[in-house]
Design a protein around this ligand. Structure first.
Ligand SMILES: NC(=O)c1ccc[n+]([C@@H]2O[C@H](COP(=O)([O-])OP(=O)(O)OC[C@H]3O[C@@H](n4cnc5c(N)ncnc54)[C@H](OP(=O)(O)O)[C@@H]3O)[C@@H](O)[C@H]2O)c1
Length: 314
């Protein structure tokens, strides 16, 4: 496992971070022994050198994260968790943030979290988040219950990163979580140059979703792009759109290519991957540990998808 420094936080983090939400939620949806299975996945990740774990109040995976990490020295892992935004007309949103953190700490069995984010802040919520919630986040940081303050974007609603572009003009966040993948690399132009300059720690979500893990969905999506005139028909094999990556990239699978693409993009500190499958967990860590894709493959990916900024990869 390789490690890096998470921007201004100075935290030493694994470049592969275990996402405990996303579509898989550590497999927590699947059956009665799912919690034990999830604990096993987290321990497997720890054994393979992962020290960064991202969870959230809304994922309901904080208890299994807490359980899996019990007994591990506190300085051997970094916990990132998140507060769902109270509605703007909430009578006491500050108290709601405070209570949210207390609940997360209790479920995780910890005295502090390393990074506490406001979760999925859409452009319409940004002012409320900044004016009403940030002061409370700062108080919690002063009290030592949060080491660093973060924000995650609502990538599905905001694939062009409007909220982050706006908020990065100010100096609010120690860490941000950004949607980025080879089908929507727009953060590479609009977000990463700023986070690098301001030393804001940067977490990559959506590296692999449906389109990059399910061949049928990828074909469908690429055909849509061709029909919409967003990719020239002659430029792509619509039956196997990423065949050139496997042929020329020394790459075994599309998810491998997708994770390597993100890992080696300047500005990405931690690539988050989520899974309920121990074999995928191992494969994904191996992929994130491999070298960058060859230049010729990167050039072709840029030619096909480099200007797209509307997809999520779902
Ligand atoms: N706004 C937010 O704050 C926000 C939103 C989304 C995500 N996140 C964070 O980012 C983390 C990552 O989430 P994500 O959205 O990027 O999605 P993800 O949870 O990483 O989902 C990956 C998907 O691809 C599949 N997959 C993974 N590895 C694979 C492999 N090697 N081969 C084939 N299929 C594979 C998984 O299914 P299997 O279970 O079968 O492997 C899953 O369906 C989340 O856990 C969460 O921590 C945050």
């Amino acid at each position: 496992m390789e490690y890096t420094i998470l921007g201004r936080t100075g935290l030493r983090v694994s470049v592969a971070g275990l996402g405990c939400g996303g579509p898989s939620r550590l497999g927590l949806r699947d059956g009665s022994d799912a919690a034990e299975h999830a604990v096993g996945l987290i321990k497997q990740a720890l054994d393979l050198g992962v020290n960064f774990f991202d969870t959230a109040q809304s994922y309901e995976t904080e208890p299994v994260v807490g359980k899996a990490l019990r007994g591990t020295a506190r300085d051997k892992f970094v916990i990132s968790t998140k507060k769902t935004l109270p509605p703007p007309d909430h009578s006491n949103p500050e108290r709601e943030v405070r209570r949210g953190l207390e609940r997360s700490l209790k479920q995780l069995g910890l005295d502090y979290v390393d990074v506490y984010h406001l979760h999925g802040v859409e452009p319409k919520d940004y002012r409320f988040a900044k004016e009403r919630l940030m002061p409370e986040m700062r108080r919690l940081k002063e009290q030592g219950k949060i080491r660093f303050i973060g924000v995650t974007e609502g990538f599905v609603q905001d694939p062009q990163h409007e909220m982050l572009q706006d908020s990065l003009k100010e100096d609010l966040w120690d860490v941000v979580m950004v949607g980025f993948n080879l089908l929507n690399p727009s953060a590479g132009n609009t977000i990463f140059p700023v986070t690098q300059r301001k030393q804001v720690g940067t977490l990559n979500m959506f590296a692999v979703r449906r389109a990059l893990s399910q061949p049928k969905r990828l074909k469908e999506l690429v055909r849509e792009l061709v029909d919409q005139g967003k990719i020239p028909r002659a430029a792509v094999n619509t039956d196997e759109p990423l065949d050139f990556v496997r042929a020329n990239g020394n790459v075994a699978t599309v998810p491998e290519a997708a994770y390597r693409y993100c890992r080696h993009t300047p500005g990405v500190d931690v690539v988050l991957f989520g899974t309920g499958n121990p074999a995928h967990l191992q494969e994904n860590i191996a992929a994130i540990s491999k070298p960058a894709l060859p230049h010729a493959v990167l050039r072709k990916l840029t030619k096909l998808f480099g200007n797209l900024d509307h997809l999520t990869g779902n």
